[in-house]
Design a protein around this ligand. Structure first.
Ligand code: COA
Length: 169
């Protein structure tokens, strides 16, 4: 199966205007609203890259670095970092922007993993990612590193669960 460069599926500047119904009691944007938005945008990237129906399998390393405030705009960038057999890692960056002064700050970074599924909901193969620029190559390699950590973490959690299931009747 051939591949695509990250530019084939990426979202470069999705703009979301913050309204009062997006805010928490501190008048800053509710984190769950941002996560929901990121999940939708990352899904678009995964489905553009794979050409298949995709589901979110995990979200890791979500960092809320600064709050976004009432009246600001969110600018979201999303791009595929790497793809393996059926899974793909999508990296996202959220910037908040004062719509009048255009002052910007980086407020969230996150990595989402999606799996492409067939009509029965079973994992199915996806095209490779073909990085072109040095930053794309760096993201590609870093994603391999995170995948190894995820696989190791999943195995360790499965082992731990087995220990508990022996103890709990
Ligand atoms: C996603 C799903 C189809 C995977 O099925 P599965 O039987 O666990 O499949 P496998 O164990 O063969 O793993 C398939 C791929 O997912 C990856 N994967 C599985 N669990 C993972 C996790 N927690 N984090 C990251 N990747 C994971 C595997 O590494 C594998 O990647 P590869 O094919 O690129 O090598 C299944 O877990 C599922 O349906 N989950 C619910 C998804 C969902 O409802 N999402 C929310 C709404 S969209």
């Amino acid at each position: 199966m051939e591949g695509h460069p990250p530019g084939y599926s990426g979202v470069s500047d999705y703009v979301y205007k913050i309204f009062p119904n997006d805010l928490n009691s501190q008048d800053t944007v509710f984190g769950g609203t941002i996560l929901s938005l990121l999940d939708r945008i990352a899904l678009v990237v995964a489905e553009r890259h794979s050409g298949k129906v995709c589901v979110t399998v995990s979200i890791d390393a979500v960092h809320f670095l600064a709050p976004a405030k009432k009246g600001e705009n969110l600018i979201i960038k999303a791009s595929i970092n790497n793809a393996w057999n059926s899974s793909m890692e999508i990296g996202l960056k959220v910037i908040s922007e004062n719509g009048f002064t255009k002052e910007q700050k980086h407020i969230v970074s996150a990595y989402f993993t999606f799996v492409a599924v067939d009509v029965e909901g079973k994992p199915t193969r996806v095209p490779r990612v073909l990085p072109e620029s040095p930053p794309e190559m760096q993201r590609f390699e870093e994603a391999n590193h995170r995948r190894s950590h995820r696989i190791r973490g999943n195995k360790e959690r499965a082992e731990l669960r087995k220990t508990f299931s022996k103890e709990v009747p």
